[in-house]
Each structure stands twice: as C-alpha cells, then as structure tokens.
Design a protein around this ligand. Structure first.
Ligand SMILES: Nc1ncnc2c1ncn2[C@@H]1O[C@H](COP(=O)(O)OP(=O)(O)OP(=O)(O)O)[C@@H](O)[C@H]1O
Ligand SMILES: [Mg+2]
Length: 221
C-alpha cells in the first residue's frame, strides 16, 4: 500500500466560522491503483488531496506514505517527501513565469536526479500537443496548453504518488482522455498510485475506483 489515510479529519475556524471540511476519513491507495474523487463544490475534495499531499495538516488522524507515518514529520522532512515521492497537479498552475517551457524541465533536472528519460519525455510532449510551445513562455500559451505542461511537469520527476486536482478542467474531451492516459501509464509502468479529483464524469471508466465526497464524507461508488 502506497498511501494510507487513517481517521483523517479537518476543521477550519472557530464559533460562527467553524467548518467541518472533512469528516473522519480512512482511505487506502495501492500501488498500480488510480482512483477518482468526484463530488460537489465545497464538499472537501481539495482538502483531502492537500492533506494526502502534505500541503496542510489534518486536525486529527494520520497519513502513512510508503509504510512510514509522516503525520508527525517536521516541515523539512515533509518537504523532502513532497519533492521525492509526490507529484502535484493543483488547481493553481506550477509553471515558472520567466522560464521557457523546455527550461521548466531543465530546472527539474537540476533539483531532482530521478527524472523521466528523454525519449519518454519527447513522446509525451508530442502526445500532449506541446512540441510547438517548447521555446515559448507560459503567458504565451493557451490555458489548456499551460495545463498540459503543468501535468507533464508533475509526472516528470517520476513521483510514486500523483495527486491531481481537476487536471482536465480546461481541456476538450480528447485531450482530457490523453491526460488521464498519461497518468495511467505512469501508474502502471512505475508501480505508482494516483488520486484524481474530477468533475468530468465521462472519464470515470478510466479509473480503478471511484469515490464520492459529500459534505466531507467520502464513500466508494
Ligand atoms: N483554508 C480554509 N479556511 C477555511 N475554510 C476552508 C479552507 N479551505 C477549505 N475550506 C472550506 O472547507 C470546505 C471544503 O473545501 P474544499 O476546497 O476541500 O472543497 P472542494 O470539494 O475542493 O470544492 P471545489 O470543487 O469547489 O474545488 C468548504 O466549505 C471550504 O469553504
Ligand atoms: Mg477543490
């Protein structure tokens, strides 16, 4: 099992502003497994994903990654797990504004020794329709192109666990399928796992399991 959340709960605020964003939740994600989370806006999907990704701490409960309880890790140790083990595709983009697209990847080569090999990278650049934008800057790309670059960046460092929040939001149906297919390949060829939050019900048959979040309660469909 690559990722385990045990009785993870999250609340925000006090008194009148108190929100119970995530009810006690237990979730196990195995290697080679790709799961989808659907559910209405404000139901707690991003809260769950960012807790799993060590971007925020739960109010209660524990997070076990690759057999290690990382809940009590220091911020420095958490940063190391994020860099080495996790790949994020968040609702906000992860592109560096002043770097050409090809240089965004060169930068990752410098900070992370374990990256996708060049042939595989080229293949994915083509499959995602990005060959023509490698020498451009992020602000010269369309929203969908930026999103596909962000996705390729997220999987470029061979993360064991891929966490994606609406990765296909601004893509047409064909491109959306290609993005899910790219995540699928990464999961299957590398013994990895992925959790993908999506509103796109047409993509659900590409997943091994589908969960639904409602008012902070996660149930398997
Ligand atoms: N930092 C925060 N401070 C206070 N409340 C928060 C915070 N983050 C999330 N919430 C609240 O927690 C609940 C769940 O939010 P979350 O972002 O997880 O929803 P979501 O399912 O991802 O929604 P969407 O589909 O719109 O992205 C909402 O009521 C939200 O207002
Ligand atoms: Mg969200």
């Amino acid at each position: 099992m690559l990722l385990q959340l045990k009785d993870v709960r999250k609340s925000f605020g006090k008194g009148q502003t108190y929100v119970e964003a995530l009810q006690p939740t237990t979730l196990e994600v195995n290697a080679n497994e790709m799961i989808a989370i659907i559910g209405p806006s404000g139901s707690g999907k991003s809260t769950l994903l960012t807790i799993a990704g060590l971007l925020q701490s739960p109010t209660e409960g524990s997070i076990i990654i690759d057999g290690k309880d990382v809940s009590k890790y220091s911020e420095k140790q958490r940063a190391k797990v994020r860099l080495k083990t996790l790949g994020f595709i968040l609702q906000s983009s992860n592109l560096v504004p002043f770097l050409k697209i090809k240089d965004q990847f060169k930068l990752l080569n410098k900070v992370n020794k374990n990256v996708m090999d060049h042939d595989e990278w080229m293949k994915n650049v083509e499959a995602l329709g990005l060959s023509g934008v490698l020498n451009q800057y992020p602000n010269e790309l369309s929203g969908g192109q930026r999103q596909r670059v962000a996705i390729l960046k997220a999987v470029y460092t061979n993360p064991k666990i891929i966490l994606a929040d609406e990765p296909t939001a601004s893509l047409d149906s064909k491109k959306a399928h290609e993005v899910i297919e790219l995540i699928r390949q990464q999961v299957q060829t590398g013994n990895r796992s992925a959790i993908v939050v999506t509103h796109d019900l047409r993509l659900l048959d590409q997943f091994d399991k589908v969960y639904e979040m409602n008012d902070g309660v996660l149930t398997q469909k």
